[in-house]
Design a protein around this ligand. Sequence first.
Ligand code: FES
Length: 110
Amino acid sequence: MTQSYYQRHIFFCLNQRDSGEDSCANHDAQAGFEHCKKRIKAEKLAGPGGIRVNKAGCLDRCAGGPVAVVYPEAVWYTYLDQHDIDEIVDSHLKNGVVVERLVLPPNVGR
Ligand code: FES
């Protein structure tokens, strides 16, 4: 089996819809993304073998927005504030323990 380039990879939907439909950008997604990036950088966890934080376009699960997904576990989250992001960083990204209270229910779609 090949080694994964990053240990974990989190994608934040930052999509803003022009149509007036609700989208993650309407729910402080940018602030969540930036806070996560700042935390990973501050703890020197970025880079190969570490944790990568990426922007994404619409992930098509807008009804649960703002959403983010962590690989390789393919765990989807919804979050409210920086405290939630801190918990995802400390528990899941650093230690592989899923933050159950923030997991997006499987039936949430667009
Ligand atoms: S707008 Fe974020 S998942 Fe669609």
